[in-house]
Design a protein around this ligand. Structure first.
Ligand code: CTP
Ligand code: MG
Length: 231
């Protein structure tokens, strides 16, 4: 029998939340009484397919969140950009990994079914991400006016968890470090470096908490529907 597949989830949580504002970074604000990042970590730990969870956090928080050896979740120091935080998480993982999922600490309503579908697509194609159609028309702007209007039917908004065979994620983060390149998501970077990144249908519920009004909406949704797989 082949060895069981080892699935690592990296949850970058070292951002400062500049668009959200406030004194406490948004990933530590409560949703239904628990910090967002804790909700996200617990939801992944609840899923038996997940071997390990690594959470990059700001350096100064590291001592406050130390975990014991042998636990399925581990905190590491993040970096100055999201990509650097993901890179630190991957470095901490060692060799015992087959597939890696990268999920924002501030998307509490991801679906386990979509996660599994994305893992499956990454298993088959090497890399995959959940995306959703754009509700609004998008314009490219120059000099405060419309320069062009891309065809919306070929555009999607990228969500997480984005999933990769570990060799592919290692390849793209190493290449980005060499070229001093940055990216707002790893899926786009993988595509830029020539990998096929398979689209999986995402869900509109899996929105990212970016601004204060997103958390207000999340609280309402949580109060109405609760959190599936909640501890
Ligand atoms: N992130 C990270 N390390 C960074 C920057 C971002 O781990 N140096 C994480 C955030 O904590 C978040 C995820 O990447 O979980 C998605 O990023 P985003 O929503 O952009 O969060 P922030 O970068 O914190 O917010 P902003 O861009 O508004 O400053
Ligand atoms: Mg950011």
């Amino acid at each position: 029998m082949p060895d069981p597949e080892r699935i690592l989830v990296i949850i970058p949580a070292a951002g400062s939340g500049s668009r959200f504002g406030g004194d406490v970074p948004k990933q530590f604000l409560p949703l239904g009484g628990k910090p967002l990042v804790q909700r996200v970590v617990e939801r992944f730990l609840f899923d038996a397919v997940v071997t390990r969870v690594i959470v990059p956090v700001a350096d100064m928080l590291l001592s406050a969140v130390k975990t014991s050896p042998g636990e399925r979740v581990q905190f590491v120091a993040g970096g100055a950009t999201r990509l650097q935080s993901v890179t630190r998480g991957l470095e901490a993982a060692g060799d015992d990994v087959d597939l890696v999922a990268v999920h924002d600490a501030v998307r509490p309503f991801f679906s386990i079914d979509t996660f599994h579908a994305t893992l499956d697509a990454a298993r088959r194609h090497g890399a995959a991400f959940p995306g959703i159609p754009l509700p609004d028309t998008v314009h490219q702007i120059a000099d405060d006016a419309i320069a062009s209007t891309p065809d919306r039917s070929v555009l999607v908004a990228a969500q997480t968890p984005q999933c990769f065979r570990v060799a592919i994620l290692r390849d793209i983060v190493a290449r980005a470090a060499r070229e001093d390149a940055d990216a707002t998501d790893e899926a786009g970077l993988a595509a830029k470096y020539g990998h096929r990144v398979q689209l999986v249908h995402g869900d509109s519920m899996n929105f990212k908490i970016t601004r204060p009004e997103d958390l207000v909406m999340a609280e309402r949704i949580y109060a109405e529907w609760g959190g599936e797989g909640d501890a």
